[in-house]
Design a protein around this ligand. Structure first.
Ligand code: UN1
Length: 511
């Protein structure tokens, strides 16, 4: 089922300078798509095309733009199984999860189609008579959106849908290893009747994208950057946009903690930790990093958690499994490096480690030709360990202990990320104290660190992002800029702060 795909700019196929082969990580010999990669100039040209198209798109009334978003939602819904199957083939995401991911696009469209009829501004009282004040949300212009491939369609939709609804044009650069899924989603968006050039998709490697973005920022054809990916690249994008007085919406990594209190329902906590740590093979930015478990329940928790992990099904993502393969060879290589961070004072309690092969099988599963890895639980992790401090994208979860809630909160914040977090407890006081103390943008109580709903603010602090938020009404502040208008109809010049009526109080008055 190999396909050839190239960038689409202004509704037309754009030239390719190089080729990338996107393969199925469950059967690495299987080519999903041959992808033509564009160079920096093509990226910058796409931003110019978008800038042209944006002028007209911004003039389309927001309720009409909302109808286009409604059509996108319907098209995605009608093509849900096909798109989900492609996601499963291209990045190895278990099919049920891939369907959920596609559902998230529809949810996002459902939310924003109505925003087309809101997109409220305000009427504000003036300090002077015969003068009226108003605020408007204006589109920012062109958004360049660079996304990761672990959520190849849902997370991009969090940028694309609100950006388009608000009257912006978009140049979208998806991850190369998820290019076919992205291209399919682009086609669904295009079928909604979006005018050519309003949404453009450019396939390019990291270096060409960065250079292209720099050229576009210099030319003034990008006013917003959306980026989902590593903290390291996020920093560079933040620097680049800052230099051009533009802002980026950065959604970066996480080292997401799960605190298990002594009063927690342990089986529930185990179920949550299993899904948070090993669902999507641990490759969500919201995946569980470290379980911080109270010392009094540590042994019991670890025993049950290790058992659950040993019994969990890893295998063909087309089947009913907890986890499929890693996304791509690059991720597998990086994950193998994280495994070298396991030290003698650690204890692997989950069974095997490393790639699942004939010589290192998981039960009767030998991994075939896929990038499958043993899920790993490492007990005895200490606060100074790399395993504790750094993101380990992939199926590995650390366990450490604490004695007081304050100590648990301190440990939860120590790595300096701040995307997601979770606490298992039956006491409301613990939940609220944790919420108040934890640095994360998201807090789950008695739930997984992953699985945020599409209409809540999504984003992180510290190494997880620059405080920007996606989703729901909060993302509107990313894709619009407030404009304040005042209208004086008094027929004379009324000077603010100077020509204001004053009512004299008697400040000497006492009861
Ligand atoms: C990501 O991995 O970039 O909350 C986002 C979740 C998903 C989004 C993850 N809805 O797990």
């Amino acid at each position: 089922m190999s396909r050839q795909i190239v960038s689409v700019v202004g509704g037309k196929d754009a030239p390719a300078a190089d080729t990338y082969t996107s393969t199925n990580p469950a059967r690495t010999g299987e080519v999903v798509a041959r992808v033509g990669l564009a160079d920096a100039d093509t990226f910058a040209a796409a931003c110019r095309t978008a800038k042209e198209a944006q002028r007209e798109w911004a003039k389309v009334p927001a309720p009409v733009r909302g109808r286009v978003i409604a059509s996108i939602g319907r098209l995605v819904e009608a093509n849900a199984e096909r798109l989900a199957r492609l996601v499963t083939d291209e990045i190895g995401k278990p099919y049920a999860e891939a369907l959920g991911e596609v559902r998230e696009i529809v949810d996002t469209c459902d939310f924003f189609l109505g925003e087309g009829r809101r997109l409220y501004g305000q009427t504000v009282p003036s300090e002077m008579p015969d003068k009226d004040l108003f605020t408007y949300r204006n589109p920012v212009g062109v958004a360049a959106v660079v996304t990761a491939g672990n959520f190849p369609v849902a997370v991009p939709s969090w940028y694309l849908v609100p950006a388009l609804l608000c009257g912006n044009a978009v140049v979208w650069k998806p991850a190369e290893y998820a290019a076919a899924s992205a291209h399919a989603m682009y086609r669904l968006f295009a079928a909604s009747g979006l005018p050519d050039g309003v949404l453009n998709i450019v396939f390019a490697d990291g270096a060409q994208t960065f250079r292209g973005l720099e050229l576009a920022l210099e030319a003034g054809s990008v006013q917003k950057v959306g980026f989902t990916g590593s903290s390291e690249v996020g920093r560079k994008i933040g620097e680049l946009t800052g230099r051009h007085l533009q802002s980026a919406c950065l959604e970066l990594g996480g080292k997401n903690p799960m605190v298990v209190m002594p009063d927690a329902e342990l089986d529930l906590a185990v179920e949550g930790a299993l899904f948070a740590g090993f669902g999507t093979a641990g490759q969500r930015c919201t995946s569980l990093g470290t379980v911080i478990v109270h010392e009094s329940v540590h042994d019991e928790f670890v025993e049950r958690f290790a058992r659950a992990v040993r019994e969990a099904r890893v295998g063909d993502p087309a089947e009913d499994v907890l986890a499929g393969p890693l996304l791509d060879q690059k991720f597998a290589d990086r994950y193998e490096e994280y495994l070298t961070w396991i030290q003698p004072h650690h204890k692997v309690v989950s069974g095997g480690t490393g790639r699942i092969t004939q010589d290192n099988p998981r039960g009767d599963f030998d991994g075939g030709a896929g990038l499958y890895y043993h899920p790993v639980v490492v007990d005895g992790v200490r606060a100074a360990d790399r395993l504790f401090l750094e993101e380990t994208f992939g199926p590995i979860v650390g366990v450490t202990t604490f004695s007081t809630l304050d100590e648990a909160i301190e440990l939860a914040n120590l790595p300096g990320y701040g995307l997601s977090s979770s606490i298992y407890t039956t006491a409301p006081t613990n939940a609220f104290r944790f919420r108040e103390g934890v640095s994360a943008g998201m807090v789950s109580v008695n739930n997984s660190t992953s699985g945020a709903e599409a209409h809540l603010p999504f984003g992180g602090n510290g190494k997880s992002g620059n405080g920007s938020r996606q989703s729901g009404m909060w993302v509107l502040d990313q894709f619009t800029r407030w404009q304040a208008m005042n209208w004086d109809h008094s027929g004379r010049l009324q000077k603010a702060q100077m020509d204001v009526a004053e009512i004299e109080p008697d400040l000497t008055f006492r009861l």
